[in-house]
Design a protein around this ligand. Structure first.
Ligand code: ZN
Length: 156
């Protein structure tokens, strides 16, 4: 299993982050990230887990030979937007994230709402509930919440 660190750049660009901004968010040095992106150094599995978690993608996408398509990159972007929007509060039950990542950011999971391009940021309990029960009421609630946030967040 070989890791291709140059793929980090694709996700970073989509999120419109500089290397320094990404470094601050994931708690790694910008020089290390620069070397991964240029293929001068290969991140170890533990490090790639940090990136996979931050970009809300599977670790598999960083393996050599695994192609990253636009859809996955867009999904990563939507997941990051959801986490920013939620800012540590579950979008379904309203509870605070159960704990923080080691870099201090609240731990929430992302849930892709079926048949839509929307992603919600929810606590691990709600994530499981959504996955197992797929209650229409929960889905509608999240959809409305995301739509309303979009409207109220618009500056114009
Ligand atoms: Zn919740």
């Amino acid at each position: 299993m070989k890791i291709d660190g140059t793929k980090i750049k694709k996700y970073r660009k989509k999120l419109k982050l500089t290397i320094q901004q990404l470094a601050d968010k994931v708690g790694l040095s910008s020089s290390a990230i620069g070397m991964y992106e240029r293929g001068q150094r290969t991140p170890d599995l533990r490090t790639i887990h940090i990136f996979a978690r931050f970009f809300s993608v599977e670790v598999d996408y960083f393996l050599v030979g695994m192609t990253v398509n636009q859809e996955q990159i867009d999904m990563s972007y939507a997941a990051n937007q959801a986490l920013e929007r939620a800012s540590g509060i579950c979008e379904l039950c309203g509870a605070m994230a159960p704990f923080n990542h080691s870099n201090g950011t609240p731990y929430l999971e992302t849930y892709k709402i079926k048949a839509s391009e929307h992603v919600a940021a929810v606590c691990p309990n709600c994530r499981k509930k959504l996955e197992i029960l797929e209650l229409p009421g929960d889905i509608i609630y999240l959809q409305n919440k995301i739509n309303n946030t979009h409207v109220s967040a618009s500056p114009i």
